[in-house]
Write a protein that binds this ligand. Structure first.
Ligand SMILES: Cc1cc2nc3c(=O)[nH]c(=O)nc-3n(C[C@H](O)[C@H](O)[C@H](O)COP(=O)(O)OP(=O)(O)OC[C@H]3O[C@@H](n4cnc5c(N)ncnc54)[C@H](O)[C@@H]3O)c2cc1C
Length: 565
């Protein structure tokens, strides 16, 4: 049986950081359903936050100010001690990335360049043109090669095996053969990324089904704050490819069909650089009022920045417009609309990335340590992956070194593997039923239409009904292609079960939360209600039923006040 001390699931920034941090004397391996360099982290454009104070307009910046912006941006749902920890660790984390070889853009004097981003009091987003995720991921991957980290690619984790509250390992499907394989480990770190593809309109990669979050939920681990889904204000119409917030950071305008910079009506001080929840709502409101183009989009105008700046600072955005839109943003404005972008909620972890299962850790977008609360600030997610990826690697090392989970049971892992093999056999044996791609489309549309930027009870209830109907349909699915090697259908059938759970948990949390906070805007409860709702939502899977409870938010320094920009 394949066996390791520490098993990291996911080859994005959180996973690679955890693997590089774990003690190299232990046996450490990374499992990923795709080649690590195809993880969604590679698509991150705009940058990563740290209060370095390199921008002449940001000399007075400090990690405390970064923490305050993060907490205010979160609509006071972030745990304040955790947000402070992340912002303090941001500065050494950035220098560590620089020393590992990340080719950041530079200011004169060769210091790391920093640009303004939404919801930030100072320009503190460090970047490499508009390809920040790509260069960091490649650098960490090179370092992993140098350190001879063991990689298993194209293995899909289907189950987390837990026995008597202790993590035993995982069961994977080798996507090249369709074979089910048990993998034993003393500590498992999930760094499996977000669930963007639970929505129809999303900026996320096709691989982002969020199965890791669902697998943890099925293993009995709580999910936290799942109703908080970030909608990015600026995705290009059509395929909803992201146009980075960096485009507004560099000075881009948002304009409606009356040629007005309409943010003046919504966030008069911050304008286009208000936090994402506010800008996304402003755009959607303009479209709904008839101030959009074709009732579908508004314009992001970069033309006044000039050819030189666009080519130097936003070359990737220009390429996206040329290749996918057929126009040049130097000459024409970009048609944009909001789309799902980020998962604020996730696997419930504490500040050490530990969960309720011994030896099971989580970090990055799949986890909710609660630094983003009800709304994440741009540039804080890449930061989250490197800061908490490192903590997860350290804590898993400590756990194994301290003698945790000494004896996993091979038999138990094998029994779990057989159970999953039997599932594949059932799907294969059927010659008819409901095709998985049809169910997936229905789920995604329901989420985009009923659980979007604006929410209300009737829509959420209808959305829930669709999801519960799909849960019944799922029992009748089948494998229409009988070849199980390199089968996308197998991946979809496995992951869809998890997507259904995630959709249900998101909707139930949203239905219960009768207030408006950050990204969760209820048309029927338009005010934030700290008295009743300044708390985290926790959902646990108890005998296949979601059980909801609530937990206090850590408020240390910053008393919740009204959020204005
Ligand atoms: C287009 C775009 C641009 C962005 N730009 C920025 C930005 O500029 N700044 C910023 O701060 N944030 C940005 N974000 C957000 C940020 O990029 C992500 O939140 C972050 O990179 C997530 O990293 P991660 O390591 O948690 O997960 P990911 O990079 O998504 O990696 C997940 C890994 O898990 C593996 N995996 C998943 N499920 C399974 C399974 N069941 N079995 C095996 N393997 C599995 C995948 O193969 C993958 O390797 C952006 C996001 C998008 C979509």
């Amino acid at each position: 049986m394949i066996s390791h001390d520490i098993l990291v699931i996911g080859g994005g920034l959180a996973g690679l950081t955890a693997a590089l941090t774990a003690d190299p004397k232990l046996s450490v391996a990374v499992i990923s359903k795709v080649h690590p360099l195809r993880s969604h982290s590679v698509a991150a454009q705009g940058g990563i936050n740290a209060a370095l104070g390199n921008n002449p307009e940001g000399r007075d910046d400090s990690w405390e100010k970064h923490a305050f912006d993060t907490i205010k941006g979160s609509d006071y749902l972030a745990d304040q001690d955790t947000a402070e920890l992340m912002c303090e660790k941001a500065i050494p984390a950035l220098y560590e990335l620089e020393h590992l070889g990340v080719p950041f853009s530079r200011f004169p004097g060769a210091v790391i360049a920093q640009r303004p981003f939404g919801g930030a009091g100072f320009p503190r987003t460090c970047y490499a043109a508009d390809r920040t995720g790509l260069v960091i991921l490649h650098t960490l991957f090179e370092q992993s090669m140098r350190r001879q980290v063991r990689f298993y690619n194209e293995l899909l984790v289907t189950r987390l095996v837990v026995r008597q509250g202790q993590c035993q390992g995982v069961v994977v499907c080798d996507l090249t053969t369709g074979e089910m394989i048990p993998v034993k480990a003393r500590a498992v770190i999930f760094a499996t990324g977000g669930y963007g593809r639970v929505y129809f309109k999303t900026t996320n990669a096709f691989i982002n089904h969020g199965s890791g979050i669902g697998i943890a939920y099925r293993a009995g681990v709580a999910l936290k704050d799942m109703e908080f889904v970030q909608f990015h204000p600026t995705s290009m119409i059509g395929k909803n490819i992201l146009i980075t917030e960096g485009a507004r950071g560099e000075g881009g305008y948002l304009v409606n069909n009356k040629e007005q910079r309409f943010l003046a009506d919504y966030a008069p001080k911050a304008m286009e650089l208000a936090p994402r929840d506010i800008v996304a709502r402003a755009i959607q409101t303009e479209i709904d009022k008839g101030n959009g183009f074709n009732d579908d989009y508004v314009h992001l105008d970069l033309r006044h920045l000039g050819e030189k700046k666009i080519k130097k600072r936003l070359p990737g955005i220009r390429e996206i417009c040329l290749n996918f839109g057929g126009f040049d943003p130097i000459e024409k404005p970009i048609p944009i609309q909001p789309a799902q972008h980020y998962s604020m909620g996730g696997i419930d972890v504490d500040v050490n990335c530990t969960t309720s299962v011994e030896g099971f850790f989580a970090a990055g977008e799949c986890a909710c340590v609660s630094v983003h609360g009800a709304n994440r600030l741009g540039g804080n997610s890449l930061l989250d992956t490197v800061v908490f990826g490192k903590i997860a690697g350290d804590q898993a090392t400590k756990f194994v070194r301290g003698g945790g989970n000494p004896s996993s049971s091979d038999r138990h892992l094998e029994e779990e593997t057989i159970k999953i093999k039997e599932k594949i056999d059932t799907w294969s044996r059927r010659d008819s039923g409901i095709k998985i791609h049809l169910m997936m489309e229905k789920l995604k549309l329901a989420m985009s239409e009923k659980v979007g930027v604006f929410r209300k009870k009737e829509d959420l209830t209808e959305g829930l009904k669709i999801i519960l109907g799909l849960k019944e349909d799922y029992g009748h699915t089948y494998l229409s292609g009988k070849n199980i090697k390199y089968s996308q259908e197998i991946v979809n059938i496995f992951e869809f079960e998890m997507m259904l759970d995630l959709a249900e948990v998101i909707i139930r949390g949203a239905l219960n939360r009768e207030e408006t906070r950050g990204s969760h805007f209820r048309l029927d409860f338009k005010e934030r209600n700290d008295k009743d709702w300044l708390k985290h939502t926790l959902v646990v899977n108890t005998e296949n039923k979601p059980e909801i409870s609530y937990k206090d938010v850590n408020i240390s320094k910053y008393k919740p006040v009204e959020r204005t920009y």
